[in-house]
Design a protein around this ligand. Structure first.
Ligand code: NAD
Length: 288
């Protein structure tokens, strides 16, 4: 599955819808991103989010704060963005410096502007099948499954990882009573006793554990759909940057067994950004 291509087609649709909105004199979607400190990976993620906004025709505001910023100052800034009618979506790039509570930050963002879908209210609404913003990575995976018309009804999905941003919401979304969903879902994690046996039963595997090349060919059933969420920087002297990006799946060995598989890079990563753009668009549209 080509995440770059599908992401581009989602962004093209949003670009078209945005220019239609502008033609009707409606508000331009506006995403505000806060980047704290200078973590290399975070810089890259935020830069591609801002670039996507520009491509689509959204307004974006990038707020850079020192790693030493106090929690109070950050929360104050978030409240300003909450109160700013022009801002539709707010995201704070994670991880945060250790002196700042991630939970406080997540809970300060208004649910109506929570385009990352991390607020407990957004998560609760998702669990209950109510309209809300889904976390961007699982939402991007749903868009990918939809694009490739992958049958999910009655399938056994194994999700490896139970984080609040990927594994847990993915497992909930795949079990919901609509497409893509209606799967029987098994959630595996660091305490799962026989992960290989679980994976071998899976029609769909979502690998989101953050361990490079973890999923091997002998853990995958013939014909399975494999979605690789992992992104780990691994030292690589042959690269100019000094590192290469590895997924959680041993792609070269696993691919020949799969009906569909996502590469890393070029799979879930770009879809996460497309999904974030979709959420931002919806947050703006909700104000019409
Ligand atoms: P996390 O560290 O919060 O969670 C990892 C999960 O994996 C935990 O629930 C843990 O129980 C489970 N786990 C760890 N070791 C395991 C093992 N040996 N067997 C089974 N389960 C195990 O990570 P996260 O934030 O969910 O991210 C997971 C990966 O996805 C990371 O590589 C991250 O960089 C990547 N990620 C990618 C995107 C994207 O856009 N592609 C977005 C978010 C995260």
């Amino acid at each position: 599955m080509d995440g770059k291509l599908v992401s581009q087609s989602v962004k093209d649709v949003l670009k078209h819808r945005t220019s239609e909105r502008m033609g009707k004199g409606k508000k331009r979607p506006h995403l505000a991103a806060i980047l704290i400190g200078n973590n290399g990976a975070s810089e890259t993620y935020v830069a591609s989010k801002v670039k996507s906004c520009e491509e689509i025709g959204f307004k974006s505001t990038l707020i850079r704060l020192e790693a030493s910023v106090s929690e109070n100052d950050l929360l104050f800034k978030l409240n300003e963005l909450n109160d700013d009618f022009d801002v539709d979506g707010i995201l704070v790039q994670l991880p945060l410096p250790p002196h700042i509570s991630e939970q406080k930050v997540i809970e300060t963002i208004l649910p109506s502007k929570d385009v990352d879908g991390f607020h407990p209210e957004s998560a609760g609404r998702m669990v209950q099948g109510l309209p809300t913003y889904y976390p961007a990575t699982p939402y991007g995976i749903l868009l990918l499954l939809e694009h490739y018309k992958i049958e999910t009804k009655g399938k056994h999905a194994v999700v490896i990882g139970r984080s609040n941003i990927v594994g847990r919401p993915m497992s909930i979304l795949l079990s919901r009573n609509e497409y893509p969903g209606n799967c029987t879902v098994t959630v595996c994690h660091s305490q799962t006793s026989d992960l290989k046996a679980m994976c071998l039963q899976a029609d769909i595997i979502i690998a989101a554990l953050g361990k490079p090349l973890f999923l091997k060919a002998d853990m995958v059933k013939e014909g399975a759909v494999v979605i690789d969420v992992g992104i780990t920087r691994v030292e690589d002297a042959t690269k100019k940057s000094g590192f290469s990006i590895k997924g959680d799946v041993d792609f070269d060995a696993v691919a020949s067994k799969c009906s569909f598989i996502t590469p890393v890079p070029g799979g879930v990563g770009p879809m996460t950004i497309a999904a974030l753009m979709m959420n931002t668009y919806k947050a703006c549209e909700a104000k019409d």
